[in-house]
Design a protein around this ligand. Sequence first.
Ligand SMILES: [Zn+2]
Length: 78
Amino acid sequence: MPIYEYRCEACGAQKEHLQKMSDDPIAQCPACGSSQYSKQLSAAGFQLKGNGWYVTDFKNGSGPSCGGGGGCGSGGCA
Ligand SMILES: [Zn+2]
């Protein structure tokens, strides 16, 4: 399950939320209640996603060209 980082434009609060891909984005800041609460593209989320793709592609034997190297570890091929 990916972790999404949210940031509130109104009060500056930042928080990570564990959500399913199918879940609706959180639209209200838990700190101040503002609706200016938006999802960020966090490094944590990217890394989880990248690892998932890497494992799946590796099993299928039809992954991207970086399948054999360590390139995916740094998130470079996401
Ligand atoms: Zn807020």
